[in-house]
Write a protein that binds this ligand. Structure first.
Ligand code: LMR
Length: 394
């Protein structure tokens, strides 16, 4: 049987991680995988996470199974964090999942179960794994226009024009904030127009929100998701705690499904539980429990919010510094969009040849589509990157 297997395509982001590790140069710069790094290059365990772990060690006296949906304190905390009071929580079913990717996978499973013929619309470009998982699950996938490669901004009219082809029952996958890989985001007003179009078409929105707190602030980054939830009868949300709680390897995410009426919620919840059971039974608990503890303890929560805000402001300062350096070095405003982009990434519009040249000559690792992880920089490496980009990108 195993001899029937053929090699699978490598994930470009994870492949780059390996290439970087193998590069012997001391001055190499990793702007690849979406992991936050502080000025010393460390991905720290957040203070509130450490404190919650200590507390948990003291109070946890059993590791028996949780429910299929995971820890209720986590699910309720996530509903509040992402949706606040934009929608009646009685309409929201939620399950813990193995990371944001697990939430997406379970969302796709739910769509397949409810409407196997649905087409899932993804932005062009999107996080490559969206497309990869949909293909693996043999689901219909089409892309909608999103990013203008010349200006590195959202091409909203083209986006609306392609979404005009969405059919009733289709699913439109939107990034809730901090678009990955581009860093270019819709305004709240534009999200509202997209919501109106989705409603008019009788389609469903699936919001992937993996960087809440990395863009304009915790509430600001959730504003689009909340607006969509307040406007649409049904909606799915895949949310990740990997980045904003810094618990990447704990695999902590939450899938929320909003039903039109509260009476439908028990069946929706039961289906989410069933899908967890089919795929991995109980979701991982450690990370979810920590998040639940932090969100439900005012002191821990305040400390988490303060540390996250420092992280966010640090990334914004690097964006401003990089845009300034590039303005000086290119004597143009060509790269000013870097300061307008939000979140961990910016796609800078370099060709794949230019990306390779920058990697070869300067040891700077960005993804082949010219996505760079802003958090991989520090105040010393920004001028080096600006020099490389200004010299190579003609
Ligand atoms: C990324 O886009 O780099 C992150 O979401 C990590 C991943 O799993 O790809």
């Amino acid at each position: 049987m195993l001899s029937n297997l053929t090699p699978q395509p490598a994930d470009k982001i994870l492949e780059l991680m390996q290439l970087y590790r193998e590069d012997p140069r001391d001055n190499k710069i990793d702007l690849g995988v979406g992991v936050y790094k502080d000025a010393t290059g460390l991905t720290p365990v957040m203070r509130s996470v450490k404190a919650a772990e200590k507390k948990l060690w003291d109070i946890q006296d059993s590791k028996t199974y949780t429910g299929l949906s995971g820890d209720p304190a986590f699910n309720d905390g996530m509903k509040e964090l992402v949706l606040a009071q934009s929608v009646d929580h009685a309409r929201v079913a939620a399950v813990a999942t193995p990371g944001g990717t697990g939430a997406l996978r379970q969302a796709f499973e739910l769509i397949k179960l409810a409407n196997p013929d649905a087409t899932v619309w993804t932005s062009n470009p999107t996080w490559p794994n969206h497309v990869s998982i949909l293909k693996f699950m043999k689901m219909n996938n089409r892309s909608y226009a999103y990013f203008n490669e010349e200006t590195c901004t959202v091409e909203f009219d083209a986006m609306l024009a392609s979404l005009d082809e969405v059919a009733a029952g289709d699913v439109v996958l939107l990034h809730g904030c901090c678009h990955n890989p581009t860093g270019a985001n819709l305004t709240l007003e534009q999200y509202g127009l997209v919501a109106d179009l989705i409603a008019k078409k009788g389609a469903i929105a699936l919001v992937d929100i993996a960087y809440q707190g990395f863009g304009d602030g915790l509430d600001e980054d959730a504003a689009a998701t909340r607006l969509l939830a307040s406007k649409l009868p049904e909606m799915l949300i895949a949310s990740s705690c990997s980045k904003n709680f810094g618990i990447y390897r704990e695999r902590t995410g939450c899938l929320m499904a909003i039903s039109e009426k509260a009476e439908q919620s028990a069946t929706t919840q039961g289906t989410l539980n069933f899908l967890n059971r089919q795929n991995y039974s109980f979701p991982p608990d450690h990370g979810a429990r920590l998040v639940g503890m932090i969100l439900n303890d005012p002191e821990l929560k305040a400390d988490w919010m303060a540390e996250l805000e420092d992280v966010r402001l640090g990334m914004l300062a690097l964006r401003t510094q990089l845009a300034d350096e590039l303005r000086q070095k290119t004597n143009s405003s060509r790269f000013d969009f870097i300061a307008q982009h939000r979140g961990m990434f910016s796609r800078i519009g370099a060709s794949s040849e230019e990306v390779l040249q920058i990697r070869k000559e300067y040891g700077v690792y960005m993804v082949g589509d010219s996505r760079m992880n802003i958090a991989g920089l520090n105040t010393q490496t920004v001028p080096l990157l600006a020099e490389a980009v200004a010299r190579v990108c003609k």
